[in-house]
Design a protein around this ligand. Structure first.
Ligand code: GTP
Ligand code: MG
Length: 279
């Protein structure tokens, strides 16, 4: 099953972002720290065109710390402006603002700087705006598709930030990209099969973070993903009438806990993977 989610409103939102570029000085492309490569989708590069931009990765409280450090080194080596932030504890936001202010000085803006915040659904665009503004001016929610249209928010004397709806791409470059973004909560959950996605999550965790998976679900050993799936249901006591495992409920719990970092801090994209692919 390939996951695709590109409803009409995303095509419209992408078009409207392009139309707004004339009113924008800088674009902040907001990605997910757990998927540094896959959360910056091609559509944004298309939107950005020749505009100044910087990459910001949110939810770094949920990402593998080692992976974050590796990415920081890589970005530095390549002279790319990239920031890792966490809107829950507001970590990294001050550094980001200092950077944006420095651009203001460098490019001699004699008025407020207008920054467009663009990114995939549910990555925390509206929450970032609220964190900077220090008030709940943009609507947020832990599901994709909360923000419906572009909206300017005056956050302080220096900046106007534009909240935009989350957008994806008409077609993911690789099937795995759809699974990754869906498991992070950026795809509407009615467009994929939850059991299949839960099995993909178990497969990924068994391979990359087996200790976290075992610990969370009290598993003494890991066998096949399907057996692990069943064992998680049993260990959690999710039974339907007649005593069989309630697979639906089990899948929901696994996906929910994974997405919200309850199983542990994980990262899908590693610097090393990219180097291997390039070889
Ligand atoms: N753990 C963690 N959760 C976060 C962080 N930032 C945002 N969230 C969660 O992500 C959810 C989505 O945040 P929003 O700001 O609504 O996301 P958005 O990018 O505006 O989403 P759309 O408008 O649907 O595209 C929030 O409800 C929080 O639960 C973060 O830094 N860490
Ligand atoms: Mg939003």
């Amino acid at each position: 099953m390939a996951i695709q989610w590109y409803p009409g409103h995303m095509a419209k939102a992408t078009r409207q972002m392009k139309e707004q570029l004339k009113n924008v000085d800088i674009i902040v492309v907001l990605g997910d720290a757990r998927a540094v490569r896959r959360s910056i989708i091609g559509s944004f590069l298309e939107v950005i065109g020749n505009k100044r931009y910087c990459m910001v990765f949110n939810k770094s409280d949920l990402a593998d710390e080692k992976a974050i450090e590796e990415w920081k080194v890589r970005f530095k080596e390549e002279n790319i402006d990239a920031f890792f932030i966490d809107c829950m504890s507001k970590k990294g936001i001050k550094e980001l603002l200092t950077h944006l202010s420095s651009l203001k000085e460098r490019f001699r803006f004699d008025r407020e700087v207008r920054v467009m915040i663009a990114g995939i659904p549910n990555v925390g665009k509206s929450m970032l705006i609220n964190s900077i503004a220090g008030r709940a001016s943009a609507q947020t929610g832990n599901r994709p598709g909360v923000t419906k249209g572009n909206r300017w928010v005056k956050v302080n004397k220096e900046f106007y930030l534009m909240d935009t709806p989350g957008v994806l791409t008409p077609k993911f470059d690789q099937e795995a990209d759809g699974f990754v973004l869906a498991s992070l909560g950026s795809v509407k959950d009615t467009v994929f099969d939850k059991e299949e996605l839960a099995l993909k999550v178990i497969e990924f965790m068994s391979e990359k973070y087996p200790a976290l998976l075992k610990e969370r679900y009290k598993l003494s050993e890991l066998t096949t993903p399907i057996e692990t799936y069943e064992q998680i249901g049993i260990n959690r006591g999710f039974r339907s009438k007649g005593g069989i495992v309630d697979y639906d409920r089990t899948a929901n719990i696994i996906l929910d806990e994974f997405k919200n970092g309850k199983i542990g801090r994980i990262s899908f994209d590693r610097v090393g993977d990219m180097d291997n692919e390039a070889e």
